[in-house]
Design a protein around this ligand. Structure first.
Ligand code: TRP
Length: 338
C-alpha cells in the first residue's frame, strides 16, 4: 500500500524551542514512527530570508541548528527526507505562478502574517517577500503532493490559503495535478506553551524560551524562574492554578495526569510550596528532554555527517519536486519543447 505524504518545516532563524517541540515536532515524530507516512521535513531558509535578507550568516548558522534539533527529537533520515528549501529551485518557480492566482488584499488578510507584520514593526518597509510567504509555503506543500501537514495552530491560515491556491490552480488550468492538503494540529490543550514569564509566546527578544539545546543547568534555572502565582507567598497560602506557568507545563509534560490533578488540588488548598512544585516539573521535563539533549550533542560532534545527510535529502527532494513541476508546466501549457 502506498504511504500518505506529509510535509512540514520550520524557519531557521535560531534554535528551536520546546514550543516548537510540543506544537509540531512531537506530532511529526509520532507520524514518522507510525509507518503510515512518507515524511518530508523542510528547513525553510528561503522563508527565513523574507525577514532576514540582510543577515545571511544568521540563516546559515540556524540551518545547522535546526538540522540538529530535528535529529535530536528523533526525526530519522532513514525514514524522513530532511532537506533545505533553497536547494529546491522548483519551489521558487511554482511560487511565481501561484502569485498570479492570489490578490494582494487576500494576502493582507492572513491573520498570522498580519500579526507578525505588526509585531515586527515593518511599517512602510514591509518586504514584498514577507507578505507573500504563505504563497511560497503553498508551493512547499503542493510540490510534494503532501496530503497532511503537521504544524502549530499558527499555521492554520497558511493551510487555508494553500487549499485556495490549489483550487484556483486546478480550475485555471483544467487539471488535478495539485492536491489539497489537510493540517494536523496539536490536540486541544497541548498546543501552546507560554514563555517562562507567562507571556503567550516564547521569543528570543523576550528571553523567555526553553530551547531543545539548553543544558541541564540552564533548564533548572529557567524552571526556577517560572512565573507562578504572585499572591502565593507562604507555603501555607492557597494558590492559583490558572495562569500558573508551572501547571501549564505540567499539563503538557507530566504523563501522570492523576498526579497533576492531586498537585493542583493541594496547591489550591495551600501547603504546597513553589520550590517543591518546580522540582517536580524539572524532574518530569528532564526525563523527556535529557535524551534529546544527549542525541543533539552526539550529532553536533559530527557536523560533516549532518551536512552530508542534508545534501542527500535535498537532492532527493529536488528530484521529486522536478517531477511535479513537469506536470505543472504541462498543465499550464508552458512545456514548449516537450
Ligand atoms: N511557516 C513555517 C514557520 O514559521 C515554516 C514553513 C515553511 C512551513 N513552509 C512550510 C511549515 C510548509 C509547514 C509547511 O516555521
Amino acid at each position: 500500500m502506498s504511504k500518505e505524504i506529509y510535509l512540514s518545516g520550520d524557519r531557521p532563524t535560531g534554535r528551536l524551542h520546546i514550543g516548537h517541540y510540543i506544537g509540531s515536532l512531537r506530532n511529526r515524530v509520532a507520524m514518522q514512527e507510525s509507518g503510515h507516512y512518507d515524511p518530508f521535513i523542510m528547513i525553510a531558509d528561503t522563508q527565513a530570508f523574507t525577514d532576514n535578507a540582510r543577515d545571511p550568516e544568521k540563516v546559515q548558522r540556524a540551518v545547522r541548528e535546526v538540522a540538529l534539533d530535528y535529529l535530536a527529537v528523533g526525526i530519522d533520515p532513514r525514514q524522513s527526507t530532511i532537506f533545505i528549501q533553497s536547494q529546491v529551485p522548483a519551489l521558487a518557480e511554482l511560487t511565481m505562478y501561484y502569485l498570479n492566482l492570489v490578490s494582494v488584499s487576500r494576502l493582507e488578510r492572513n491573520p498570522t502574517v498580519k500579526a507578525e507584520i505588526a509585531q515586527k514593526g515593518f511599517g512602510e518597509s514591509l518586504p514584498a517577500g514577507f507578505l507573500t510567504y504563505p504563497v511560497s509555503q503553498a508551493a512547499d506543500i503542493t510540490l510534494f503532493k503532501a496530503t497532511k501537514v503537521p504544524a502549530g495552530d499558527d499555521q492554520k491560515p497558511m493551510l487555508e490559503q494553500t487549499r485556495e491556491l490549489v483550487r484556483s490552480f486546478n480550475r485555471a488550468y483544467h487539471t488535478d495535478v495539485l492536491v489539497e492538503p489537510e493540517g494536523i494540529f496539536p490536540e486541544k490543550g497541548a498546543g501552546r506553551l507560554p514563555g517562562i514569564d507567562g507571556e503567550a509566546k516564547m521569543s528570543k527578544s523576550l528571553n523567555n524560551g526553553i530551547y531543545l539545546a539548553d543544558d541541564a543547568d540552564t533548564l533548572a534555572k529557567k524552571v526556577k524562574a517560572m512565573y507562578t502565582d504572585p499572591s502565593h507567598i507562604q507555603v501555607s497560602d492557597p494558590g492559583h492554578v490558572e495562569g500558573n506557568v508551572v501547571f501549564t507545563y505540567l499539563d503538557i509534560f507530566d504523563p501522570d495526569k492523576e498526579r497533576v490533578q492531586q498537585l493542583k488540588e493541594h496547591y489550591q488548598r495551600g501547603g504546597l510550596g513553589d520550590m517543591k512544585l518546580k522540582k517536580h516539573l524539572l524532574d518530569v521535563m528532564e526525563a523527556e528532554l535529557a535524551p534529546i539533549r544527549e542525541r543533539r550533542a552526539a550529532y553536533a560532534a559530527d557536523m560533516d555527517a549532518v551536512m552530508a545527510m542534508l545534501a542527500e535529502g535535498s537532492s532527493m527532494a529536488n528530484a521529486i519536486a522536478e517531477q511535479t513541476m513537469a506536470e505543472v508546466r504541462a498543465a499550464m501549457g508552458i512545456n514548449y519543447f516537450g
